[in-house]
Design a protein around this ligand. Sequence first.
Ligand SMILES: Nc1ncnc2c1ncn2[C@@H]1O[C@H](COP(=O)(O)OP(=O)(O)OP(=O)(O)O)[C@@H](O)[C@H]1O
Ligand SMILES: [Mg+2]
Length: 256
Amino acid sequence: MTTATEPAAASADVLSVRQLHAGHGGLTVVRDVDLTVRPGEIVALLGPNGAGKTTILKTIAGLLPAIQGKILVMGERPSVRRPHLAARRGLAYIPDDRCLFASLTTLQNLRLAARRTRSDVDSVFAYLPELEPLAKREAGLLSGGEQQMLAIARALVQKPKLLMIDEMSMGLAPVIVERLLAVTRQVADELKISVLIVEQHVRLALGIADSAYVISHGTQTMHGSAQEVAGQIEAIEASYLGDANDRRPGNPGDGG
Ligand SMILES: Nc1ncnc2c1ncn2[C@@H]1O[C@H](COP(=O)(O)OP(=O)(O)OP(=O)(O)O)[C@@H](O)[C@H]1O
Ligand SMILES: [Mg+2]
């Protein structure tokens, strides 16, 4: 386990983030973040609400400019506000709102995503057979769990090298979350896809991840193997509760 600065990036790393400062509209919300994702590895990015997890993913995806620091995705810097270039290099990003085309069917969503790679849409049904009977149903009519499966399937047909998933469990029952995490582990192992996953179900995420980083108030507070971080799980969960308490109106720690 380490809280110190990581060594320089190895060229084979799928993702290397060094001393990243990121934020919105000139306001820095994330400071000095280091992250490494190696081939075939699942890395969990954990932390309480508002810690800066989504900000980090968006900056890696090139949807936000980095304020300071260095990001290399498959050895190249993200092209800010040109996310199609990131996709071409092998980055797939599933945002927390899933971003499906609600009026298109499951199959149409998949075919649209598969256009660039010309991949076989049916091949993803091997990993997510639940979607096959839903092929002709509009994405907007699918349940939350089914929509998240479609979001994962849509990312997979893009044949990514690095898959970033933000809060795939939002609003879903733990049993569905477990299923989705198991699929994530399976595709990482069988398709050699590296995964950076943001997940509120900390214990479930650590159960399938190889390593984990904990972010709190925009800075990195913990990093280690999933096993090492799981050994600190009570401290992590307490920090989540601490943050919630800090935000209660009238609490002395409430900065507004
Ligand atoms: N578009 C924006 N403009 C200004 N501030 C923003 C914007 N998006 C996020 N922030 C702020 O940046 C900080 C980090 O937010 P972020 O969404 O990255 O946190 P998070 O860790 O993903 O939280 P959650 O677990 O709730 O999704 C928060 O204080 C938030 O209010
Ligand atoms: Mg978020």
